[in-house]
Structure formats: C-alpha cells, structure tokens
Design a protein around this ligand. Structure first.
Ligand code: ATP
Length: 359
C-alpha cells in the first residue's frame, strides 16, 4: 500500500554543514514527487533520511500517521534505485530481483510469478537467466527498477537513477518510469539535479538550495512563477535584467532598467517604488523583429545586436547584446530567413513575460 511521506521541521547536520535545514514537506499518497537542486544542496541526505540510513537530528518523519524516526531501513518497505544500479554482477537477473522476496519468505511459485510481473513492468520479459554483467547500462537500470518494484514498496526512492545513461536512453527511461508510476500509483520520490527529469515526470517538485526548500509546485507553476532568481535560472534558462521598480499596482509594474523601462503584467511579489529586482525573461519570450519593424504589439521594445546564431534544426538560438547586457533568444520552427551576427534587431517582449523577482 502506498503511503504519504511527511517531514516536519527536519534538520540533519554533518559537523558544521547543515545538509538539511528545518525542512517541512508532505509527499501525498501516490504522488510522483521530485527534489531538484544543485550538487551539494542536501538531496541525497534528504532521501537517506526517508530511507532510514540517516536519523534526523531534530524533527519528525511520518509515513501516513506512523512516526518513522526510529524504524530501521529494512522495516520501512521502501524500494531504492541508485545511479550506479547496485546490482550483484555475477548473479542472474532473476536472482537479483528475487533477493527481496526471499527476505520476505515468499514461496518459490509466488516469487517466480512476481519476478515475471516485475520484468514485464520494465519491458525485460525473458531475461530471467541472463547474467547481469552481460546487460547494457540501460538494461541494468531496468533490472534495478524491477528489483525495487517487486517488493511492492510503500515508497519508491530514486537517486539520480538515469544520470549514467546516454541522452536518447535517458529520454526513453523518463517515459517508462512515468508510465510505471501511472500504472502502479506508488508514492515515488526522485532526487536529481537534472531539471528535465523533474519537469518531464513530476506531479510536483521541490527546489532545494543549501539545505532549504525554496519552492514547491507543479512543473508548470515553478517554471512560470519562480519564487526567486535562483529558481528561475535553475529550472529552465532565463535572461536577467536588473532594475528598480518605478511603480507597481494591481499585479503590474514598470521597472527602470539599463535597456529602458520594462512593463510587467506578471507581478506576484510585494513590490514598491524603488525595490531592486531582477527581471526574468525566458529566451522563448524574446521576439526578434527587423530593426525597421515598428509593429504594434507587444509593448516592451529593445534595440539589440546579434552576436551569434546557432541553428539547431527544430530551434534557432540567438546570442544578443543590448546596452552591454548579454541576452539569449530562442525561435521555434526557424524558416529560411535568419539574422546574422552584427545585425541590429528590435526585440519585442510581452508584458506578461517579464517577471520582476526579488534581487
Ligand atoms: P550531489 O548531487 O552532489 O549528490 P546532494 O545534493 O545530494 O549532492 P548531499 O550529498 O546531501 O548533497 O550533501 C549535502 C551536504 O552535506 C554537502 O555539503 C556534503 O558535503 C555534506 N555531507 C553529506 N554527507 C556527509 C557525510 N557523511 N559527512 C560529512 N558531510 C556530508
């Protein structure tokens, strides 16, 4: 049975490093929840607290209504999948998967049935007898998943499970892991520094920095309404233009910046005249027009110079400079017409795409 996982004011320190700093968070039953943050922010420590390998210094961990602080790892019914697979290389696929079932004292027929079902779930039917060290990295990671799933865990914990795979296989495994979640409805908790993992699979995600949870939300909420400049730059790419609020009211503001006054219609922080802000503008929101194109929409117009163009087929990336501020723009479905380095262009930015964030 899947459970909810709740941490209340959990702290864990190593000497003077506060790896997890007063974190309160609830992962709902059946949720696919991601913890996303840069290297060293405390993700693995957090996951190990949930698994039971570390005990919190303070605070409480619950699975549903049960306090888990003193429950040893093997009594938590958690499955784990690691980046390095952690399989026994000289055992067969079936022997690797069977281990957890033997510990639970299931009879042979039941073990075989569960192994077969777990292999089907990760699309590795018929691989029972293969030695693990004859499998590819992607296949080994599927077996690691099958081994974690076969015990029908209350929570499945995944620590950077696909980071060792090449780009194409990573994308395939993202689809498969998401499908496994959708089919099983297990509570899944996945820690990663890879925003694409989180954006593409998460029901909700938490962004962590220096042991603290900065923001929790759906991928869409976090991408569209980042709480601060760190989240805006860590989840997706963005341009920052620093400035000072001229005036703000009713969800809109004008901001004085080195490239002129920017108008924003997406103000969701407390802003008053004079507040220093970083205006976040996603590369896909910078529309490039010709220098002489006067256009009627949208209202923010900036003159910029193209410094580099990177054609990638499906998209075209532009490096630009405006009043000494480097900017990046992305165009989808680029046609045959292109701007060249050295061209002067007009950038148009919708007021809805300018996000003034606290400095
Ligand atoms: P990565 O993505 O690189 O694995 P992470 O976000 O998982 O990083 P943690 O491994 O949780 O981060 O580490 C958080 C902080 O706690 C780091 O500063 C790390 O050096 C420190 N730390 C983690 N484990 C220990 C330990 N056993 N002893 C001392 N310090 C530790």
């Amino acid at each position: 049975m899947a459970v909810s996982v709740e941490l209340t004011h959990v702290t864990k320190a190593f000497d003077t490093t506060l790896a997890v700093n007063d974190v309160s968070l609830k992962i709902e039953t059946g949720e696919f929840f991601f913890l996303l943050g840069p290297s060293g922010c405390g993700k693995s420590t957090f996951l190990r607290i949930v698994a039971g390998f570390y005990k919190p210094d303070t605070g409480e961990l619950r699975f549903d209504d049960t306090v888990m602080n003193n429950v040893p790892p093997h009594q938590r019914n958690t499955g784990m999948v690691f980046q390095n697979y952690a399989l026994w290389p000289h055992m067969s696929v079936a022997e690797n998967i069977e281990y957890g079932l033997t510990l639970r004292k299931l009879d042979k027929a039941e073990r075989n049935e569960k192994i077969t079902r777990a292999l089907e779930m990760v699309q590795m039917e018929g691989y029972h007898d293969r030695a693990v060290n004859t499998l590819s990295g992607g296949q080994q990671q599927r077996i690691a998943l099958a081994r974690a799933l076969v015990i029908e865990p209350s929570v499945l914990l995944l620590d950077e499970p696909i980071s060792n795979l090449d780009a194409a296989l990573r994308q395939q495994m993202r689809d498969e892991i998401k499908q496994i979640h959708d089919r099983t409805n297990i509570t899944m908790f996945y820690v990663t520094h890879d925003q694409v993992d989180a954006l593409s699979m998460a029901d909700r995600m938490a962004i962590m920095q220096d042991g603290v949870i900065i923001q929790v939300g759906t991928p869409r909420e976090v991408y569209q309404f980042p709480k601060n400049a760190f989240v805006a730059s860590f989840v997706g790419e963005t341009n920052f233009i620093s400035g000072k609020v001229e005036q703000a009211s009713n969800g809109s503001a004008t901001i004085d910046t080195p490239i002129g006054t920017l108008r924003s219609e997406t103000v969701y922080h407390e802003l008053t005249t004079g507040t220093p802000v970083q205006c976040s503008i996603r590369p896909e929101s910078l529309i490039i027009n010709s220098a002489q194109d006067s256009g009627s929409q949208p209202e923010n117009r900036i003159t910029a110079k193209v410094t580099a163009v990177n054609y990638l087929g499906r998209i075209e990336e532009y490096q630009l400079i405006a009043a000494d501020i480097p900017l990046k723009a992305v165009h989808y479905n680029p046609g045959t017409e292109t701007k060249k380095p050295g061209d002067t262009v007009q950038l148009a930015i919708s007021a809805a795409a300018v996000l003034p964030l606290p400095d």
